[in-house]
Design a protein. Structure first.
Length: 124
């Protein structure tokens, strides 16, 4: 009985391994956006910021990656500051031949930093 269970387990393992080997592994799609918007000034008003990021991907997208990075900065001055940023990711890809479709991995890391510098009032 033990030999029969072992043989059956070995058969299942062989069949599953054969499926994995006959279909190469393909990664899903990845979209990432990383940005920093900073203001170091004598303005006591918080910076007015927009960071419009649109990420689109077709269903079944695989094997593609797109990454955007951006830095917007202001140093000095005493008037209110505005920073605007717009990014669009659009990916297309073939369907996954294994029939296993996962969603696209989307990563957003967008940081806004305000530092009040009182000495900016005395600079020209």
């Amino acid at each position: 009985m033990k030999k029969s269970n072992f043989s059956f387990s070995l058969l299942i393992l062989t069949l599953v391994s054969g499926t994995w080997l006959s279909h190469p592994v393909n990664a899903q799609c990845l979209q990432a956006d990383v940005s920093v918007q900073y203001n170091i000034s004598g303005s006591r008003q918080p910076t007015k910021r927009t960071n419009d990021v649109v990420m689109e991907s077709e269903p079944g997208c695989r094997g593609n990656a797109s990454v955007t990075t951006g830095v917007q900065g202001n140093i000095g001055g005493t008037t209110p500051v505005e920073q605007h940023r717009m990014v669009r990711h659009q990916q297309r890809g073939q369907g996954n031949p294994t029939g296993i479709n996962g969603s696209t991995v989307q990563i957003r890391s967008n940081v806004g930093i305000d530092v009040y510098d009182p000495s900016a009032r005395y600079r020209k």
